[in-house]
Design a protein around this ligand. Structure first.
Ligand SMILES: NC(=O)c1ccc[n+]([C@@H]2O[C@H](COP(=O)([O-])OP(=O)(O)OC[C@H]3O[C@@H](n4cnc5c(N)ncnc54)[C@H](O)[C@@H]3O)[C@@H](O)[C@H]2O)c1
Length: 254
């Protein structure tokens, strides 16, 4: 896909990896719509990015809101791509310190946000991309966001791991499912990225995290995520694959 002039929705675009992706795509001439929660900084971020970047408020777990936001992103020449970054984790042990069963509510919250949200991005995004005409043999592409926790979840990450492993599992199935529509699907599984969440950590904690990354021994730059998301959209032969973006880290149990 040629980024220049293509309409692309970036969920979670008000912060972190989504924001960096929106910056990258807008700089390449894409028409970007940030989709994020109503209470987020999405409108200000869209203004900062410029280049015609818009903001559409939506909760990605809410079908009607997400569909309406994707309709905004489809205005004009139609939607070509979705980069789905909205997501979060919640710490949860199977048993708490007193031996009681962990919270079902917390588990369901994270699975709904990350996994059901990704299914919404696939189905509601593909519904709109499928309405466009093929260009150079394809209609568009959808990029999902997993995590290295899909492969080596740490203690306390059970719902996060379950949701992210579900996204990795869906990737090839979704790519096969949407092949007849000429829509590609790939997933990025980031390691430890330097987003606002980690910026709040103490310097010594950051330094010890950096030491766990073999090469380069530092946190990932959100711009490196945006770069890969842009490359996936542009490269018409990348499909059905989850790409780790992690400096070769393999997470320890805790
Ligand atoms: N930062 C990391 O180290 C890291 C590592 C692996 C995976 N990830 C994944 O990358 C994605 C982005 O993470 P980030 O670090 O940029 O986080 P972030 O908190 O900086 O940004 C996430 C954005 O998603 C939005 N969001 C949350 N729930 C939403 C909802 N229901 N509907 C719409 N928007 C919603 C938030 O408002 C926020 O703007 C997440 O899926 C996360 O699990 C991050």
């Amino acid at each position: 896909m040629q980024l220049k002039g293509s309409s692309i929705a970036v969920t979670g675009g008000a912060s972190g990896l989504g924001r960096a992706t929106a910056e990258r795509l807008a700089a390449a001439g894409a028409v970007v719509t940030l989709i994020d929660l109503p209470g987020s900084d999405g409108a200000e971020v869209a203004d900062d990015i410029g280049g015609g970047t818009r903001f559409a408020a939506a909760d990605v777990t809410d079908e009607a809101q997400f569909a309406a936001a994707l309709d905004v992103a489809s205005e004009g020449s139609g939607l070509r791509g979705v980069v789905h970054c909205a997501g979060a984790g919640r710490k949860l042990r199977i048993l708490d310190k007193e031996g009681r069963a962990g919270s079902l509510e917390d588990f369901e919250f994270v699975v709904r946000l990350n996994l059901v949200g990704s299914y919404n991005a696939l189905r509601l995004g593909a519904e709109r991309i499928a309405r466009t005409e093929e260009v150079d043999g394809e209609r568009g592409a959808i990029v999902l966001t997993a995590s290295v926790a899909a492969f080596e979840g740490q203690i306390g990450q059970l719902p996060y791991t379950a949701s992210k492993a579900g996204i990795v599992g869906m990737t090839i199935t979704a790519a096969r499912d949407l092949a007849s529509r000429r829509i590609r699907v790939c997933t990025i599984a980031p390691g430890i990225m330097n987003t606002p969440l980690l910026a709040r950590l103490r310097d010594d904690v950051k330094t010890s995290l950096e030491a766990t990354v073999p090469n380069p021994s530092r946190l990932g730059d959100p711009a490196e995520f945006g770069h890969l998301a842009g490359t996936i959209l542009e490269n018409g032969y990348l499909n059905g694959e989850t790409i780790r973006l992690d400096g070769a880290i393999r997470m320890a149990p805790r």
